[in-house]
Design a protein around this ligand. Structure first.
Ligand SMILES: O=C(O)C(=O)C[C@]1(C(=O)O)C=C[C@@H](O)C=C1
Length: 446
């Protein structure tokens, strides 16, 4: 079976992986956290089942190429010592930096994370295949940002007691799971004030991870400045674009009509102000970020609406088994079949409506392969030129489990109208009260 042939690098062998770290410089002098950095390589790992364009032959030749490169590299280079004095072998909370060589070829970049060769290929063990470590080792959960980011809190809510792994970009979090550096990723997809986080919708499609759960996190923003700084001294507020959007009106109401600048994540913005001693700059971030980076809270609860909630999805290499004994949600993505014309969305939505299945979210993104469709004037029967339509990929979340026949029938019908269709995941809904930080029903049922 193909699944058995898709042998991933084992987690145990990754522990002894030699990672090339020379280019990995922290963005800021103060940052001690080891981020997983994004590497540049083909869209999907050749290691995994279902990878784009992967089949047994592709996979075998890719492995042969990689192993020959690893052998050559290991003959040429002595092992590089870990950066920043980090002991990757002994400290499980320190995460090796997966380094993206600037402008490097994809093969060279991939080499960074290929385990050092042992004498012979190691046989897979049950532990390598287990979806989640149950005892002894902590689940490693990738998130985007640095400690103190809301995504870190979401990872902790989704997987209490996990080992949260900071990543510099969303893409790096996807790759960390695909390459077995992490077991799960927890990534934001939408906020009740700021709307959808489009980048993650696009990445869900480009990668082959499965949604195995969701968490909804109330987001309570603070305005942070260096100790002793007054509001009147500020000429700039920096934060994640979503956080800036969520606090737009409150900032104005506070008299802060100052420059607003985007930063990678909220906690990273706080860290930046602290590390550079910026008296004129405030950051929007969490109270935990204030504690971690020694910042003063100038204003508390500055989000424009007290019910500010961000929804995160939990991602894994394997799907979970859908159940029908608890509230489940299913996420799908599809593109319309040409022959269906503009009525396709109505037809798809009807498939759910007729079965009394509620939709919780619909999102459209430009169709990647064919963003524009030209419609000949003949179609209109007049010489009026060529109509240019934007083509979309639609993402729909509906309230039913894949285990339910009504959902299966609805999806069978949807596939009649679509040229492309994929189930992103069927997973338990987050039913925890927002005041609670403990996860219950949102946690994976495996
Ligand atoms: O910057 C952070 O702290 C994040 O975790 C990212 C993020 C996001 O991407 O929306 C998460 C939650 C908040 O909505 C603001 C920012």
């Amino acid at each position: 079976m193909a699944a058995i042939l898709m042998t991933p690098p084992s987690t145990s062998s990754l522990k002894s992986t030699h990672l090339a770290l020379p280019d990995a410089k922290p963005k800021l002098p103060m940052r001690e956290t080891h981020l997983v950095r994004c590497i540049h390589r083909p869209e999907v790992s050749p290691f995994f089942h279902g990878a784009v364009g992967s089949n047994r032959a592709d996979w075998q030749s890719t492995c042969a190429i990689l192993s020959s490169k690893v052998a050559t590299a290991s003959q040429q280079q002595p092992p590089t010592p870990p950066h920043h004095g980090a002991d990757h072998e002994s400290n499980h909370h320190l995460v090796p930096v997966v380094n993206g060589h600037n402008g490097s070829s994809s093969a060279a970049a991939t080499l960074d994370i290929v385990p050092a060769p042992s004498q012979l290929p190691q046989p897979l063990t049950i532990a390598d295949l287990a979806p989640a470590p149950k005892h002894g080792s902590q689940l490693r959960v990738a998130y985007q940002g640095v400690p103190g980011a809301y995504s870190e809190a979401a990872a902790a809510k989704a997987y209490p007691n996990c080992n949260a792994i900071p990543c510099d970009q969303f893409e790096a979090a996807f790759q960390a799971v695909e390459l077995w550096v992490a077991d799960r990723a927890v990534l934001p997809v939408e906020n009740s004030l700021g709307g959808s986080i489009h980048r993650n919708y696009d990445l869900l499609l480009r990668h082959r991870l499965h949604i195995v759960g969701e968490v909804q996190l109330p987001v309570h923003h603070c305005l942070l400045a260096l100790p002793g700084v007054r509001k009147e001294q500020l000429t700039r507020v920096i934060s994640h674009p979503q956080a800036l959007a969520q606090c737009e009106h409150t900032l104005t109401a506070l008299g802060l009509n100052v420059a607003r600048e985007a930063f990678d994540d909220t906690a990273g913005a706080a860290e930046y102000v602290a590390a550079n001693g910026l008296q004129n700059t405030a950051a929007i971030a969490s109270a935990r970020a204030a504690e971690l980076y020694g910042m003063q809270v100038l204003a508390d609860g500055i989000q424009d609406d007290s019910g500010n909630v961000t929804r995160f999805v939990m991602l894994a290499r394997e799907p979970i088994v859908p159940r029908a004994d608890r509230p489940f949600k299913t996420s799908i993505v599809f593109a319309a079949h040409d022959r269906e014309g503009t009525s396709v969305l109505f037809k798809v939505l009807s498939a759910f409506a007729f079965r009394d299945i509620g939709l919780t979210k619909i999102e459209s993104r430009p169709h990647r392969q064919r963003p524009i469709r030209l419609e000949d004037e003949a179609a209109h029967g007049v010489a009026a030129g060529t109509a240019k339509h934007f083509e979309y990929t639609f993402y729909v979340d509906f309230q039913a489990s894949l285990a339910e026949p009504r959902a299966q029938h609805a999806l069978a019908e949807v596939q009649e109208f679509t040229s492309f269709f994929r189930v992103l995941g069927s997973y338990p809904m987050d039913m925890t009260p927002w005041s609670s930080t403990k996860s219950s029903s949102s946690s994976e049922s495996q």
